[in-house]
Design a protein around this ligand. Structure first.
Ligand SMILES: Cc1cc2nc3c(=O)[nH]c(=O)nc-3n(C[C@H](O)[C@H](O)[C@H](O)COP(=O)(O)OP(=O)(O)OC[C@H]3O[C@@H](n4cnc5c(N)ncnc54)[C@H](O)[C@@H]3O)c2cc1C
Length: 384
């Protein structure tokens, strides 16, 4: 077992940090910090993300993707602000779903532009009445000649307002019932309404609600029924969770650096506050949260890379990291006194951003149920 990064990983991490410093942070700073980025800025970000392999991380090299290991992917995600990664990751995860779950024609038509960051993708599963339990999805795709007609609403969808392609989970009538299906809605040929939703944090990431009101989509865009669902599940949901945890680590690491610096320069009662034991204790707590969260996420990703199912580890990593980093950021704010609450410093934004990370890819409650099921073998979702 070796906890050190190898040379390739160090170079990747350095490249991502350089991109962040020279391009991403200036781009974010040049836009309103409480408003979703415009589509032009999202496309610029995706193009740069494509250079790092972040738009095709989980697509094999032989198919034109970056073919990264999941741990390497996580290392890159950790270096960039979550407000950007919550644009890039839904785009990349959707591209991966189309690559592995689409027909050859769908792959050929959609995937190259998405991998290159020339078009924007998202996945619409959540609905006003359907969140953690996607089996209740109500959006319908009713066949009509060479088309299906989509009716329904989607909610809290990352990239919805700026996307070109939405991978929509819906129900198609079959026999006397329905079957679950995925339909690729190309906005240029099948327009739909999408409106931005104002959220607590990650406010520069576009996030929207969508209305499908008789939206006609060619039958050719209905994904085949024979996708490798288990593989899709493993490489998207299971890997998304620890990488969302690493987004929280990105924030808590920055909060730690700010708090450490402030503790060294802020003087009260004649001494730097960092000389007082209570402040040192808070700093020790913050650093512990950052390191343990990072290790839990790396551990889950490394297990997935080894081919383990790692369902419990992946759920544990996200839930633990987001909670621990949330608390770490609160402590960093406290070390800053009144300054910690100022908008100028940015810690209050980190506090809002980390809270927002708790919900996508599994709420804390759902993640503990997943882990609990792995531990006990009992399904706590639907207790008798
Ligand atoms: C920033 C952000 C980005 C998102 N991006 C996307 C996206 O791109 N695409 C998409 O489809 N969705 C997206 N979502 C939606 C997200 O996936 C859902 O919000 C999430 O699945 C939870 O669903 P819900 O909000 O309806 O909560 P609910 O499922 O209604 O849950 C409410 C509460 O009940 C708890 N709960 C639910 N079931 C149980 C149970 N059996 N036992 C105990 N407790 C339970 C939950 O833990 C939670 O605390 C995003 C959300 C956010 C905040």
């Amino acid at each position: 077992m070796d906890f050190a990064l190898n040379d390739d990983q160090r170079m990747m991490v350095e490249a991502a940090r350089r991109l962040n410093e020279k391009f991403v942070e200036p781009l974010l700073a040049s836009h309103h910090r409480d408003k979703a980025l415009p589509k032009s800025a999202v496309l610029m970000l995706l193009e740069k993300a494509a250079d790092l392999g972040l738009t095709s991380a989980r697509i094999p090299e032989k198919d034109g993707g970056a073919g990264m290991g999941l741990l390497d992917y996580g290392l890159l995600v950790e270096q960039l602000p979550p407000t950007v990664m919550l644009i890039v990751q839904p785009h990349e995860a959707t591209t991966t779903r189309i690559h592995f779950g689409g027909s050859p024609e769908q792959r050929e038509r959609f995937v190259p532009d998405l991998m290159a960051g020339r078009r924007i993708a998202c996945t619409g599963s959540t609905e006003p009445d359907v969140g953690s339990d996607p089996r209740g999805i109500k959006t319908t795709a009713t066949p009509d000649g060479n088309h299906v007609v989509l009716n329904g609403r989607k909610q809290w969808i990352s990239n919805a307002t700026v996307c070109d392609v939405m991978n929509v989970t819906c129900r198609i009538p079959e026999g006397s019932g329905y079957r679950m299906a995925r339909v690729l809605v190309d906005r240029a040929e099948s327009p739909f309404e999408a409106n931005e939703v104002d959220m607590l944090g990650l406010r520069q990431s576009p996030l929207g609600e969508v209305l499908f009101d008789g939206c006609r989509v060619p039958q050719a865009n209905v994904c085949p029924d024979n996708g490798d669902t288990a593989k899709l599940l493993t490489i998207t949901w299971l890997a998304n969770r620890p990488t969302v945890g690493l987004m929280a680590v990105h924030l808590a690491q920055r909060a730690f650096e700010l708090a450490r610096e402030y503790a060294g320069v802020r003087k009260q009662f004649g001494k730097a506050i960092g000389a007082y034991q209570l402040i040192q204790h808070d700093l020790a707590e913050i650093e512990t949260a950052v390191v343990t969260s990072r290790l839990a996420c790396y551990n889950a990703l490394a297990a997935l890379d080894r081919g383990e199912r790692a369902n419990g580890l992946s759920a544990m990593a996200k839930r633990y990291a987001v909670d621990a980093c949330d608390r770490a950021i609160q402590l960093a704010m406290r070390i800053h006194g009144g300054m910690g609450l100022s908008r100028e410093l940015g810690l209050e934004q980190m506090a809002r951003d980390v809270r927002t990370l708790a919900i996508p890819d599994g709420t804390p409650g759902i993640l503990s149920l997943i882990q609990g099921r792995e531990i006990t073998g009992f399904d706590g979702f639907r207790p008798a």
